[in-house]
Design a protein around this ligand. Structure first.
Ligand code: PEP
Ligand code: MG
Length: 316
């Protein structure tokens, strides 16, 4: 038993009863690959492409983008790599991609997919660079859009990906409307990835950059768990995978709860991977389901954490 526990501490993510949960890394560019590989990432669940192009007055060329994307794809041959198209605006301002108008509330403005829709030439250049990078081989590329709120936006993005020759298009679920109507969105795209950081911001009307509101960003908030559950159920209704790539995925107990809610993969900053892998290996899927149910029955974050842990005896 000790030996198999040890194998699970380094091998692919799975629960104690062998239910596979791919454990992926969040990366901001080629510079993060070494740590992702060292921590045993099975692929990339979130490549935040905007980090490459901060502080740049002009949009990067298709060729420059292709090089950066190809480096990440080459690091994970045959493995999944999920690239997010530019998520500009609010907490991630890009000099070459400002919002078209004056905005008193940038987090509620033309950011993410909304901004790309207003600037189709920027999205087209990025999708072309991604298709060219994928054609060079390496990882299995999926592309996803941030800040999608409706099924109509999901359909727009899927069509843009198809037009660029990309085989797999998904959306981030980080706006409550998208979680509440997840089945409608799942009918339009190949996969979901839940961004719990922004999902908390928008569910609790609490700016993620305001430190005084941190308690509302506790990922154990039962309302946030409800929204993640809604996203996973909507995806499952159409046989689509639903990952989580927000900070919540890196908390070992919460990772078990997310699996219990029906989440199919977890992506996190690389150093969090070993502890999450170990926590999953020590619990069955059934224990995860019971922990999730108990957490959702609680009425506050501390109560949710306590209730979940009662079903997760293998945690330190
Ligand atoms: C999120 O919102 O949870 C997320 C993963 O994306 P970012 O933190 O880059 O907005
Ligand atoms: Mg986000």
């Amino acid at each position: 038993a000790r030996r198999s526990l040890l194998a699970r501490a380094t091998g692919p993510g799975a629960t104690a009863d062998g239910h596979a949960v791919p454990l992926l890394a969040n990366v901001g560019g080629p510079g993060d690959l070494e740590s992702a590989l060292a921590c045993g990432a099975e692929g990339v669940g979130l490549y935040r492409t905007e980090l490459l192009f901060l502080d740049r007055p002009r949009a990067p060329s298709v060729e420059e983008q292709e090089e950066a994307y190809a480096q990440v794809l080459e690091a994970f041959p045959g493995r999944p790599v999920v690239v997010r198209v530019l998520d500009a605006g609010a907490d991630k301002p890009l000099a070459f991609l400002p919002p078209p108008g004056e905005e008193p509330n940038p987090a509620l403005g033309e950011r993410g997919a909304r901004l790309l829709r207003a600037r189709p030439e920027v999205l087209a250049a990025q999708l072309t660079a991604l298709a060219r990078a994928a054609a060079r081989g390496g990882a299995r590329l999926s592309v996803m859009a941030p800040m999608v709120a409706t099924a109509e936006e999901a359909a727009w993005f899927a069509a843009a990906c198809r037009a660029a020759g990309l085989p797999s298009a998904g959306v981030m679920i980080e706006v409550p409307s998208a979680a509440l109507r997840a089945a409608d969105l799942a009918a339009e795209v190949d996969f979901f990835s839940v961004g719990t950081n922004d999902l908390a911001q928008y569910a609790f009307a609490a700016d993620r950059q305001v430190g005084a509101l941190a308690a509302l960003h506790d990922a154990w908030q039962p309302a946030l768990l409800d929204l993640v559950g809604a996203a996973a159920s909507g995806a499952a209704a159409h046989g689509r995978p639903c990952g989580v790539c927000g900070e919540a995925a890196g908390d070992p107990a919460l990772a078990c709860v997310l699996v219990g809610l029906g989440v199919t993969s977890l992506s996190m900053s690389a150093p969090a991977l070993p502890a999450v892998r170990a926590a999953l290996a020590r619990h069955t899927r059934e224990q995860c389901v019971l922990a999730a149910r108990a957490a959702r029955a609680a009425s506050c974050p501390a109560g949710a954490r306590r209730a979940a842990r009662a079903h997760l005896p293998g945690l330190a």
